[in-house]
Design a protein around this ligand. Structure first.
Ligand SMILES: C[S@@+](CC[C@H](N)C(=O)[O-])C[C@H]1O[C@@H](n2cnc3c(N)ncnc32)[C@H](O)[C@@H]1O
Length: 209
């Protein structure tokens, strides 16, 4: 039996996707090519948005309910891809496997974002790209940030460990990535506490530099 959270995710996000999220996904993924790993792929919202230049697509998803929906989407055939049961903190791939890693709305939910980013860096080839779209702390809106802090303990419990106050831009920069493009925008039609987002691209650079 699938858990309601997984079943309700697409329904919960439908108006947000239509209000702009889908367009963001399409634009972010369009430049990708070669071997791509998507972490926390959820129900497969990005699946149909990968361009043909992506020749090998692997999607990890640790939640078995989400994974069941994802596998169904792959079988339905919108795009070929391999589905792997693994958390982002422990990726079962050798160093330097992928040209790009995709993380959309995932760094909020992982148990340990710094460990996840270390793993993403490890599995990327040198110069490979992390493409990200994440909701983040409302650093420039003190009233909203206070509200995020207040409800985060409850939100985490009901929304699959989703944190509202993470600073994913700082975490990406601290994990050996050069952020080469970033946009900050409000995710329209989303609940206010998850509206502030960042999206962009970062290059894996040598940690020892
Ligand atoms: C808000 S959903 C986003 C799903 C999808 N990436 C999207 O863009 O719609 C968060 C996803 O992160 C996954 N997740 C939670 N903890 C994770 C972890 N430690 N490693 C990888 N994925 C994780 C969840 O199972 C869920 O699929």
């Amino acid at each position: 039996m699938l858990k309601p959270a997984a079943l309700l995710y697409d329904r919960f996000m439908r108006s947000v996707e239509e209000a702009g999220l889908l367009a963001w996904r399409t634009a972010l993924l369009a430049p990708l090519s070669g071997s791509v790993l998507e972490i926390g792929a959820g129900t497969g919202r990005n699946l149909g948005r990968y361009p043909p230049a992506v020749t090998w697509l692997v999607m990890t998803e640790p939640d078995r309910n989400m994974r069941a929906i994802l596998e169904r989407q792959v079988r339905a055939g919108s795009r070929e891809g391999e589905v792997v049961d693994a958390p982002a903190e422990h990726l079962p791939f050798p160093d330097g496997t992928f040209d790009a890693v995709v993380s959309t709305l995932v760094l909020c939910s992982v148990v340990d974002p710094d460990a996840a980013l270390r793993e993403i860096h490890r599995v990327l080839r040198p110069g490979g790209r992390l493409v990200f779209l994440e909701h983040v702390a409302a650093a420039e809106r003190p009233a909203r940030l206070r509200w995020q802090r207040r409800i985060e303990p409850i939100w985490k419990r009901v929304a699959g460990n989703c944190h509202l106050t993470r600073d994913s831009e700082r975490a990406i920069g601290s994990a050996g990535f050069d952020i080469t493009a970033i946009e900050r925008a409000s995710m329209r039609k989303a609940p206010g506490v998850i509206r502030p987002t960042i999206r962009g691209s970062a290059v894996a650079v040598d940690r020892g530099r």
